[in-house]
Design a protein around this ligand. Structure first.
Ligand code: COA
Length: 260
């Protein structure tokens, strides 16, 4: 399906989504968000998509935030709706049941940083600048930044980033665990694809259960999280892939997983 603001390519079970509004540093307009929602709806039910990589067009930005032109005149109620809608989509990204990788070059600010935060893994180039600059506009992060950032990097550094509004470099982001890897620009997509292929070689349901255990588990007590882990561990034993995984290991051959 052709999109106005997205480029979508799929090969080798990897969907590559490029947010394509380079003139405005790939700012997330309502239309772009709508297209992302449609695209992720398709991915969720497409067994041929095992990993989604998100990136931005051009060489200046991943995404420089929500489109400021669109929300400048919002009433408080419209602003709340805007926030709820973005949050709902980012929740879907996080709970897609398939890993998502943000491939970040240049600016990942505001909604762009929040989009990256909702992905499973973040890979950046040295040029990346990540930040939540909303306070500079007199507003606050509204797409999950105040919640996901402290959960990922801890309260202290999250407070520093959110209260100062100052972006941090790729190296700082790596030190704080905001990004997983920093690579040269020409390695950005190859590194994301290499990682995607390693994930794809594993049993799809096991990968899905790991995502679920981590995402759901982080939001409940340790006891509840451990119970969830045991339940999902048990579920893995109901899969054909579990039998194939064990059999292939014992038979000293590569597993042929089917996702069942
Ligand atoms: N929404 C709408 N348009 C945006 C945008 C956003 N979030 N971010 C950048 N743009 C547009 C600029 O308005 C400019 O458009 P123009 O050429 O029609 O004037 C174009 O993208 C290029 O940006 P520009 O500001 O000229 O580039 P720069 O190198 O001087 O600065 C940034 C880059 C990222 C520092 C700056 O664009 C910026 O601060 N953007 C807003 C970031 C932000 O606050 N995001 C959170 C929003 S809630």
């Amino acid at each position: 399906m052709p999109y106005e603001n997205l480029l979508v390519e799929a090969s080798e079970s990897i969907a590559l989504v490029t947010i394509n509004r380079p003139k405005v540093l790939n700012a997330l307009s309502a239309k772009t968000l709508e297209e992302l929602e449609a695209c992720f709806r398709e991915f969720q039910h497409d067994p041929n998509v095992r990993v989604v990589i998100l990136t931005g067009a051009g060489d200046r930005a991943f995404v420089a935030g929500a489109d400021i032109n669109e929300f400048a005149d919002y009433s408080p109620l419209q602003a709340r709706e805007f926030s709820l809608r973005g949050q709902a989509f980012f929740h879907k990204v996080e709970n897609l049941g398939k890993p998502t990788i943000a491939a970040i070059h240049g600016f990942a600010l505001g909604g762009g940083c929040e989009l990256a935060l909702s992905c499973s893994i973040r890979i950046a180039t040295q040029s990346a600048r990540l930040g939540l600059p909303e306070v500079k506009l007199g507003i606050i992060p509204g797409y999950g930044g105040t919640q996901r950032l402290p959960r990922l990097i801890g309260k202290g550094m999250a407070l520093q980033m959110i209260l100062s509004g100052e972006p941090i470099s790729a190296e700082e982001a790596l030190r704080w665990g905001l990004v997983n890897q920093v690579v040269p620009p020409e390695q950005l997509l190859p590194a994301a694809k290499d990682l995607a292929k390693k994930i794809i070689a594993n049993a799809p349901l096991a990968v899905q259960y790991c995502l679920e255990a981590i995402h759901q588990g982080l939001n409940v007590s340790l006891e509840q999280g451990l119970l969830l882990e045991s339940a999902l561990f048990g579920m893995a034993f109901a899969t054909e892939d579990m039998r194939e995984g064990i059999k292939s290991f014992l038979g000293k051959r590569s597993p042929q997983f089917t996702g069942r």
